[in-house]
Design a protein around this ligand. Structure first.
Ligand code: XIL
Length: 395
């Protein structure tokens, strides 16, 4: 954008903000759930102060003050990703992170610490230390841990990638890894005996479109490797919930059908599986609301648990924004609400929960140096209107 059009946009935005503030003040516009005597609510448009002329680097604060925490609103667990490093740090930033974490969430997933590349350090050698820290934190704070992910083609340790033993030896390494990891993390329980690690993504992203992905696991162990992994996990733990997890289950109908066929075949062949994780890395305008509803219903129709396991909402997929606009922030708000509402149609006993893939926009794996705003909190840990949309969807 040139300077003139930037100024015009800015002027328009400020005018729009004044008009809305005026409408708020005379009561023509109200926020759902906002009572006029509740001073914790403020208008949704919160321009940064002392910054009238300059470019604001995408830091517009379309924020609001929530009335209840997400976990109190939802009938099922609400999850956030964590790392051992963040949980053990007491920097101001990480203290803010933990304060929101314990307020809003009751389930955690390790963003990377419990993946194979981090835990499977050499043949028959494992490092559970980061996972153990996460589990200890969860136990202390009464949160469930969802284990992510035993097998993922993007998290294979270098030594295993280069392993030059036979296919049989490779398979034994994987079998031992799965059994050791699942048994290890089954040990920690809450006082009532419930395991802290409630579940595992046993295999992540085995499909590439509608076909099985030609991963190292597929090449070395054959096309029934997914089934084998679920069986090994179940052999050592009869309770832990076993999930198959993948992306674009909502956006790609043919991929969705392949996943559904696989889990239905598991059921008819007696292969143990408890649930399906739909990652839900979606955009503000993709997939359509209908597709999201259809996909969640189709997965629920398998009868298995349904986890929306990695929810985030890209608003700048087409790179048409240089900063987050009010309009796009509100489209994102709507999208978060739609996803939560679609999930409400899953029968209660199949609702495993919804996990959000990151806290502040800048923490997101999609951050792109500041040109993407996919999450529920801005870079100052303030609640974006996306959070309000999600909260409304949960109610
Ligand atoms: C991502 C993490 O967020 C990044 O920090 C890491 O560099 C790569 O993995 N699907 C998954 C997640 O199943 O494990 C991925 O997480 C995001 C895509």
């Amino acid at each position: 954008m040139n300077k003139l059009s930037m100024m015009q946009t800015k002027l328009l935005r400020i005018t729009f903000s004044y008009v809305l503030t005026f409408l708020f003040s005379i009561g023509l516009v109200s926020i759902v759930g906002c009572s006029s005597d509740d001073s914790s609510w403020r208008p949704i448009i919160d321009e940064p102060s002392g910054d009238d002329d300059d470019d604001d680097n995408g830091e517009l604060n379309f924020t609001y003050n929530p009335q209840s925490s997400l976990k109190d609103l939802a009938a099922y667990p609400v999850g956030m990703i964590v790392s051992a490093a963040k949980l053990s740090s007491s920097s101001d930033e990480n203290e803010s992170f933990k304060s929101i974490l314990t307020d809003d969430y009751n389930s955690i997933t390790a963003e990377n610490d419990m993946k194979m590349a981090n835990m499977f350090t050499a043949a028959d050698t494992y490092d559970w230390s980061d996972g153990d820290e996460i589990v200890a934190y969860a136990k202390e704070n009464n949160m469930r841990v969802h284990g992510h992910a035993l097998l993922w083609h993007q998290s294979i340790p270098g030594w295993l990638n280069n392993f030059d033993g036979s296919d049989e030896e490779f398979e034994t390494l994987i079998e031992n890894y799965i059994k050791e990891a699942v048994s290890h993390f089954a040990q920690e329980t809450f006082e009532d005996g419930t395991p802290v690690v409630a579940s595992w993504d046993v295999v992540n992203e085995a499909f590439d479109g509608a076909q099985m992905r030609n991963s190292l696991f597929f090449q070395r162990m054959g096309e029934d490797y997914v089934a084998k992994c679920f069986q090994w996990a179940r052999e050592v733990d009869s309770d832990v919930k076993l999930f198959y997890n993948d992306y674009n289950i909502a956006g790609e109908g043919t991929k969705r059908n392949s996943v559904i066929n696989m889990v239905n075949n598991f059921a008819s062949e007696g292969i143990p599986i408890d649930g399906v994780g739909l990652q839900m890395h979606v955009n503000h305008d993709w997939p359509t609301t209908n597709e999201i509803n259809q996909a969640i219903t189709a997965i629920a129709n398998t009868g298995l648990l349904v986890h929306l396991s990695e929810l985030d909402v890209k608003v700048n997929f087409n790179d048409d924004l240089e900063e987050l606009t009010l309009e796009r922030a509100q489209e994102q708000e709507k999208r978060y609400q739609e996803v939560a509402e679609a999930y409400a149609n899953v029968p209660e006993e199949q609702q495993f929960g919804i996990t959000i893939w990151g806290m502040r926009d800048r923490d997101s794996w999609l951050y792109e140096g500041g040109l993407e705003w996919p999450l529920l909190y801005n870079n100052n840990f303030e609640y974006k209107v996306a959070h309000r949309g999600f909260a409304e969807g949960l109610e």
